[in-house]
Design a protein around this ligand. Structure first.
Ligand code: ATR
Length: 284
């Protein structure tokens, strides 16, 4: 009987903070993980106004919250607000996962490992020895550069609308491998085995100015964005010689699984959750 009385039925509290946050799939993903692994937790989405992030984190922590996911536009601010960081968060200069504990706030970044698990685990693509093009030089690109270079690609080219940002980003990661940066015009005549879209262009239905002949034989085109329909980059890639075209839904679920593991010490199965989300997205 003692066990019954000792049992605390109140769920541990987690949330994702961002702006906007209404369409976040994270509460759904973590509810599916919790159900699958029998964890007693709740996970909500909290919209935070720009300028209010530090206070919102403090309030959540003071109310006994156990952990947070952080999304656009607060990942850099989250990096500054934590007491300790993982090596991968340190490198990315962005934090998407906070764990609150007796020893303070621990910050991690699971975006890069999420992409790598989707690529290597779900899609069977290993970047080792391959030519990789990363489009974009913002936070999304920065978050995945370290884990990508760890896989030892033959070359990693960063292309960006504002070439200087790509050059600076490549310089920041040059100690990890063969990475260069520039504009889209420098891509003429080059072919890649993996092309990743980490720009925000798909959000507006736009497309970076890409030359034809970008895809090597068997190439994979990967958009970090996702939606009910293929993004403009995915449509372009399918029409211009990419052998395989994928969206970022798998990466989203994989980065969530890594956050869940950090908080709960349990690794959920991702494949059934990706399937469920895919079905719900198609039906919506
Ligand atoms: P995130 O954190 O999502 O990466 P960000 O830091 O604002 O957001 O970066 C957005 C990225 O998408 C940048 O690389 C941006 O290019 P610029 O650095 O030149 O601004 C890129 N981007 C946004 N809209 C784009 C478009 N229509 N065509 C090409 N690139 C675009």
């Amino acid at each position: 009987m003692a066990d019954l009385f000792d049992f605390d039925p109140r769920p541990d509290r987690y949330a994702v903070m961002g702006h906007p946050i209404a369409h976040s799939k994270s509460p759904r993903i973590h509810a599916l993980f919790a159900q699958q692994t029998g964890q007693n937790m709740e996970y909500t989405a909290i919209q935070v106004d720009p300028g209010g992030f530090a206070q919102a984190v403090a309030n959540f922590e003071a109310a006994g919250g156990k952990g947070l996911n952080v999304t656009v536009p607060f990942k850099q601010e989250a990096w500054e607000l934590v007491d300790r960081r993982s090596a991968r968060a340190e490198r990315a200069r962005a934090v998407n996962t906070i764990a609150f504990g007796a020893d303070g706030r621990f910050g991690d970044n699971t975006d890069g490992v999420g992409l790598m698990r989707d690529l290597a685990g779900n899609l069977g693509f290993d970047p080792a020895g391959r030519r990789v093009l990363l489009m974009g030089a913002g936070g999304a690109a920065r978050g995945v550069l370290g884990p990508l270079l760890e896989r030892a690609p033959a070359a990693l080219v960063i292309a960006n609308r504002t070439p200087d940002r790509a050059v600076a980003l490549a310089r920041d990661f040059a100690d990890l491998g063969p990475v260069t940066g520039g504009g889209y015009d420098g891509l003429e005549g080059q072919a890649f085995d993996l092309v990743i879209n980490a720009t925000a262009a798909s959000l507006a239905g736009e497309l970076p100015p890409l030359p034809a002949g970008l895809f090597a034989a068997g190439a994979l085109a990967y958009d970090m964005m996702y939606g009910a329909a293929p993004t403009s980059f995915m449509q372009w890639a399918a029409a211009h010689g990419a052998a395989r075209v994928c969206d970022g839904l798998g990466m989203l679920v994989e980065q969530a699984a890594e956050s869940f593991f950090i908080w709960r010490g349990v690794r959920p199965q991702t494949a059934p959750v990706i399937d469920t989300l895919r079905r719900e997205l198609a039906a919506a």
